[in-house]
Ligand binder design. Structure first.
Ligand SMILES: *Cc1c(COP(=O)(O)O)cnc(C)c1O
Length: 395
């Protein structure tokens, strides 16, 4: 039986592992900046690219390679390149495939720092971006021009959990000669495999669920070998946003339990979303697993679970939202998500504070909105924590 016959859970535990002569059962951690050549001729052959093998950990490292091969297997991609962060994965992708004058069409509902990367960084080098509504496909079509190379989307979106139809965007992208890039951070390959739905490239912030315990920063690009081995690898080895081997080792261990954790995050989030619905003082709950979510059917058709992020809108705006956030004891007020520990965020004044009032209103992020990253605690304790915080509001 080869890797290609294995199910996702088996791949998560075994794919990519290469044992050393010590026959270790857990993956080895290679904390070595460089690798030694037998002789000058071997060094020359490796530098020339005529012989395979490691040279220097900015280019390749065996622990990082194991992480890359495991994530590639899980996403069903030919090749994966690991990077120092999720943002450097997106930057490296753009630097590898785009030229001055090229154009990106992106959903408006993406991670705020990615918006800044497109506008403020790439914009200085003559790459322009048009932002469109996440699921208005006529807008996507209309925004594509002769210079468009990439369509970029994150689904479900943050924080409103809006779903984009990956199959439909892939069809649009390919008909117009573009690549579809999906940031698969919220679902991970355990709940959604964008490449199988037609996407060309998957981006990860490994910092989130792939680690799953809030320890390390890292990222990854998964996609066709030809593109990743040439343009993207060449950018990475030259510019240097490579993943640390220590972080790769932590992420490898994270991948081994990813299927269990995503299931448990989804179960807890689903129960919490149902519990929040219809409670006094709550206007609306955003979770794709709820039957009244506008794209519930689409989420079902492309995801095998609904994930761990739940948002809800409170009556009483920012004052009520801050009071509730401050009164919780189990939820941590912190920027990370996808952690075993539940976290709570006020998007309007943190992750989305850079937007103007008009942009926030257009994005549907009002002052009463709260985002939860539901962790692995007992869901009863999470409900009790929110309940007592809400009770405090009435006083
Ligand atoms: C966090 C995040 C990123 C950026 O990842 P870093 O590892 O923090 O650089 C990109 N996309 C999404 C959806 C994220 O949540």
């Amino acid at each position: 039986m080869g890797d290609e016959d294995w199910g996702l859970n088996t791949l998560a535990v075994h794919a990519g592992q290469v044992r050393t002569a010590e026959q270790e059962n857990s993956e080895a951690l290679f904390l070595s900046s460089s690798f030694v050549f037998k002789n000058a001729a071997e060094a020359a052959a490796r530098f020339a690219g005529d012989a395979p093998g490691n040279i220097y950990s900015r280019f390749t490292n065996p622990t990082v390679r194991m992480f890359e091969d495991r994530l590639a297997a899980l996403e069903g991609g030919e090749r994966c390149l690991a990077t120092s962060s999720g943002m450097s994965a997106i930057l490296s992708l753009c630097m590898g495939v785009l030229r001055q004058g090229d154009h990106i069409v992106s959903s408006r509902s993406i991670f705020g720092t990615t918006v800044n990367l497109f506008n403020k960084v790439l914009g200085r080098f003559g790459v322009t971006t048009t932002f469109v509504a996440q699921s208005d496909y006529a807008q996507w079509e209309a925004a594509i021009g002769p210079a468009t190379r990439l369509l970029f989307v994150e689904t479900p979106s943050n924080p409103l959990m809006e779903i984009a139809d990956i199959r439909r965007l892939a069809e649009i992208a390919h008909r117009r000669g573009c690549l579809l890039v999906v940031d698969n951070c919220f679902c991970t390959p355990m709940l959604q495999r964008p490449l199988a739905l037609g996407a060309d490239i998957v981006i990860h912030s490994a910092t989130k669920y792939l680690d799953g315990q809030g320890r390390c920063i890292g990222g990854a690009i998964v996609g066709p070998a030809a593109l990743l081995n040439e343009e993207l690898f060449s950018f990475l080895r030259t510019a240097g946003p490579s993943m640390s081997p220590f972080n790769a080792w932590v992420f490898l261990k994270g991948l081994e339990t990813l299927h269990l954790r995503m299931q448990a995050h989804s179960d807890n989030a689903g129960q919490l979303a149902h519990w929040l619905q219809g409670r006094p003082g709550i206007r609306r709950v955003y979770y794709p697993g709820l039957a009244d979510h506008p794209q519930h059917a689409l989420a079902r058709s492309q995801q095998s679970g609904f994930g761990g992020i739940v948002s809800f809108e409170m009556e009483g705006g920012r004052v009520a939202a801050w009071k509730l956030i401050d009164a919780t004891r189990v939820f941590a007020i912190t920027a990370n998500l996808g952690d075993a520990k539940s976290t709570i965020t006020h998007p309007a004044t943190t992750t989305h504070h850079r937007l103007t009032d008009a942009q926030r209103a257009e994005a549907g992020i009002n002052d009463g909105l709260i985002r939860l990253s539901v962790g692995l605690e007992n869901v009863e304790d999470l409900c009790r924590d929110l309940q007592s915080a809400m009770a405090g509001l009435a006083k």
